[in-house]
Write a new protein. Structure first.
Length: 400
């Protein structure tokens, strides 16, 4: 017995379907576009832009791409005025129905990502199939409660509230918060995501928490020793959900000497940007090479998110040798990092965040941050470990 997997784009670097394929229980990945194995097709003009839609070890023959979903997304990106959420809703439903058709024809089961399960799970044709659900983002109703409560305390986040999908377009997830009710088993990348489902009424016995992984690259030149100052780094969207406003307030209160905070944000809420002082460097989106340089020259990575399904950037920072500061509303606590490697504070607690920033600064001043030690720890958090645990859970439900 096998599973059909479905999601749009290169979600989680294709690690879930790769896990099932390596275990021999993948029927097919249904997606918008996957880079072909064929050298002839790869030579077609334009195909080189799809190189990131591929993972070593998962043959393109084990995938099925949808030209329609690709065309819809190109159309939305090319023509102004077409709401992105409307297009993605069509794409999600199409992939869900395509996954169901594949499972029916092949006589197999469904292990679908959230957002792509509603149509397939609710169909009478799915009766008797094992239905697995990978939930990568916390329950939307819990998200809205957290974000609005914070907005009342921090009205400077008005732009974020207006533009974030979970709040400004609360209807776009219509029906999606019921997916878990139809699933036989659920995998979440973080305990925070699992808690949001349990709060909504999900049976905890259905849920398994499997944190994401990271594959450490060859050790880069250590750029940290060039200067004695303590360098803090934030990488992510500069919006309320990422807790950047809390970080900027805590940073100002800490008043550290001989320290610098660099913020790399692909988009930045103007109300939050106004909180940055002269000792904060604000940068836009960086190239992969520049981003690696920032990670390799920083001592501390900090992202105090209010709502985070996991936060893959924590793993990227650990793999670069950065001490990490996050919150309990992320996947960082699930990594079980020793206190000399990472710290998690309560979300939205600016006082505790300030204390963590100061204590980490003091740790650095005592030469207590050891990049090599942090990288050695990150090596234990491999994608292979993640895939093995995913396959174990999926396989166990085929045997029931």
């Amino acid at each position: 017995m096998k599973y059909v997997v479905a999601f749009n784009r290169n979600r989680d670097f294709y690690q879930v379907p790769l896990a099932l394929y390596q275990r021999g229980i993948l029927q097919k990945l249904i997606t918008d576009c996957y880079y072909p194995d064929s050298q002839l097709l790869r030579a077609v003009p334009g195909f080189s832009r799809l190189k990131r839609r591929f993972v070593t070890g998962l043959p393109s023959g084990m995938t099925r791409s949808s030209a329609m979903t690709v065309a819809l997304q190109i159309l939305q990106a090319s023509i102004s005025g077409i709401p992105a959420h409307s297009v993605f809703r069509i794409v999600d439903r199409h992939l869900s129905n395509a996954a169901l058709r594949e499972a029916v024809v092949s006589g197999t089961n469904l292990f679908l990502y959230s957002q792509y399960a509603s149509q397939a799970f609710s169909s009478p044709l799915a009766q008797g199939m094992v239905k697995g659900l990978f939930v990568f983002h916390p329950n939307a109703s819990a998200n809205r409660d957290i974000l609005y409560a914070d907005f009342y305390e921090h009205p400077e986040c008005k732009w974020s509230i207006q533009h974030e999908a979970e709040t400004a377009n609360s209807d776009i997830r219509y029906g999606l918060d019921d997916e878990w009710k139809m699933a036989d088993f659920i995998v979440c990348a973080s305990s925070f995501t699992a808690r949001s489902l349990i709060l909504a009424g999900c049976d905890p016995s259905k849920i398994t928490v499997i944190p994401y992984g990271v594959d450490c690259q060859p050790v880069q030149p250590n750029l940290r020793e060039a200067k004695s100052d303590c360098r803090f780094l934030f990488v992510g969207q500069g919006i309320q959900r990422k807790g950047l406003h809390h970080l900027l307030i805590a940073w100002k209160r800490a008043g550290l000497k001989n320290a610098k905070l660099t913020v790399i944000a692909s988009r930045l809420d103007p109300g939050i940007a106004a909180l940055a002082g002269d000792d904060v460097v604000l940068l836009g989106k960086q190239s992969a090479a520049e981003l690696n340089r920032h990670f390799n020259s920083s001592h501390v990575f900090v992202m105090p998110s209010l709502v985070e399904g996991f936060g893959l950037v924590y793993l990227e920072a650990l793999a670069s040798g950065c001490y990490c500061i996050g919150t309990e509303n992320t996947g960082l606590p699930d990594l079980d990092c020793p206190e000399d490697i990472a710290a998690s504070t309560p979300a939205a607690d600016i006082g505790r965040l300030e204390e963590s920033i100061v204590s980490t600064y003091e740790l650095h001043s005592r030469r207590g941050i050891d990049p090599d030690h942090i990288i050695d720890f990150a090596r234990q958090l491999s994608w292979g470990r993640f895939r093995s645990r995913i396959a174990d859970v999926a396989e166990s439900y085929l045997q029931l």
